[in-house]
Design a binder for this molecule. Structure first.
Ligand code: COA
Length: 374
């Protein structure tokens, strides 16, 4: 069997227009805290209710590096009597919200590569949350784009995009398809516990798309995929228990375990060394060393995590151009983060230079993609 060389031809993005700054977020969170504490004043006085504590902008920026986030709906999140986005249900005949933003990002990617739906044989919708169980989001997106072939959904939390890239690369490599669109519609705001001070600032919404195709049909300046490497190791430290059994378990959708929750400190301590080692080993398997890498497009969850990983790899602080940060603008966008970093920071990479896209997150899951500019 002839194996084809494979490239990332282009990436595309959809960015929601609405933005919540840390100042706006904290003001609404603190209003919520004041309302709750006022409502429970007598229980607080009796010692039967622990008063809620306010959040603050300085903590958020120092602990995470996040300054603002884009969201699908700002008003619902900032309403202190609601604290979750307000999303309108759509009729079955309408394009669903996740599909809508995935189509926009996919069209952006196709246009940047000078390709059309006729050049693509498959769609993978890879994201941390799916809007529904079935039919697969990917099949709806495929239909809306007018792509022949197949489509399927996959979820590996924050590593969904890199895992999706490996699936796409392997399918193109073996010749079963000419090109695959990997779309990552990360609408994270509905699964975030906006009432939880420890994590209310963490996530933002976005969608990225990646066009993976045979190198011999890819446009000049595309990025050849030299290798992909995936790793998982079970951990309870990032969890969301919401699922199709929740109803039968008589769960309230507001129950704390039905939303994103994490042991942030443990995640930090355990995932950073794993990710650094994963990247080093992956590079070594290709006869490469971190010092020879022009750019690391890392998962964007926390600034200190990225600095830690880059220091482990390089033995010193990275420059902003060696490991670009986008989470100040976008917050953690689950699997889309490393793809946004790549999307916004690849134009200056010279022919022959090597870079690494790497994600890490719940599972735990780590995925790396080594690319070389053509
Ligand atoms: N405003 C003000 N203070 C806050 C606060 C807020 N919103 N949230 C927490 N604090 C306080 C805590 O009460 C605690 O106070 P104490 O020391 O008096 O007990 C202190 O800040 C430190 O809290 P902690 O939760 O330990 O903060 P942290 O430094 O670990 O930062 C995260 C929290 C979540 C930013 C950080 O742990 C992180 O990013 N971890 C990795 C998470 C990650 O990447 N997950 C992947 C998801 S895909």
């Amino acid at each position: 069997m002839t194996l084809h060389r494979v490239a990332i031809s282009s990436t595309g993005i959809y960015v929601p227009q609405e933005v919540i700054t840390n100042e706006e977020l904290v003001a609404s969170f603190n209003s919520y805290v004041q309302l709750e504490n006022a409502q429970h004043a007598s229980e607080i006085a009796a010692g039967t209710f622990t008063p809620l504590v306010e959040s603050n902008v300085e903590f958020i920026e120092k602990a995470s590096g996040i300054k603002r986030r884009h969201v699908m709906d700002k008003s619902g999140v900032l309403d202190p009597t609601r604290m979750r986005p307000r999303l309108k249900p759509r009729a079955d005949e309408e394009l669903s919200l996740m599909a809508e933003i995935a189509v926009a990002a996919a069209q952006d990617a196709l246009q940047r590569a000078g390709k059309t739906a006729a050049d693509v044989d498959g769609v993978i919708c890879a994201a941390a949350n799916m809007q529904r169980a079935y039919p697969a989001m990917a099949v709806e997106i495929q239909g809306a784009l007018g792509i022949q072939g197949f489509a399927f959904d996959m979820n590996v939390a924050c590593s969904s995009a890199t895992f999706g890239i490996e699936m796409a690369v392997n399918a193109v490599k073996t010749g079963s398809v000419r090109a695959v669109l990997v779309v990552d519609p990360e609408i994270t705001s509905p699964h975030l516990a906006w009432k939880d001070r420890d994590c209310h600032f963490i996530f933002g919404d976005v969608c990225t798309a990646i066009l993976v195709e045979r190198l011999d049909t890819a446009p000049a300046g595309s990025f050849e995929v030299l290798g992909t490497k995936l790793q998982t190791s079970f951990s309870n430290n990032i969890r969301n228990n919401a699922g199709f059994m929740s109803r039968s378990e008589d769960r309230n959708p507001e129950d704390r375990d039905q939303l994103f929750r994490q042991e942030g400190r443990k995640v930090f301590k355990e995932v950073c060394p794993m990710a650094a080692e994963h990247i080093s080993k992956h590079l070594a398997a290709h006869g490469l060393a971190p010092a020879g890498v022009r750019r690391f497009w890392l998962h964007q969850a926390n600034l200190a995590m990225n600095l830690f990983i880059s220091r482990r790899l390089l033995g010193r602080d990275p420059t902003p151009e060696e490991a670009p940060i986008i989470l100040d603008e976008f917050a953690n966008t689950a699997s889309a983060g490393s793809i946004i970093a790549f999307h916004q920071n690849h134009a200056d990479i010279q022919s022959g230079e090597v870079g690494v896209i790497c994600s890490f997150g719940a599972g735990y899951s780590i995925g790396s993609v080594i690319v070389r500019r053509t």
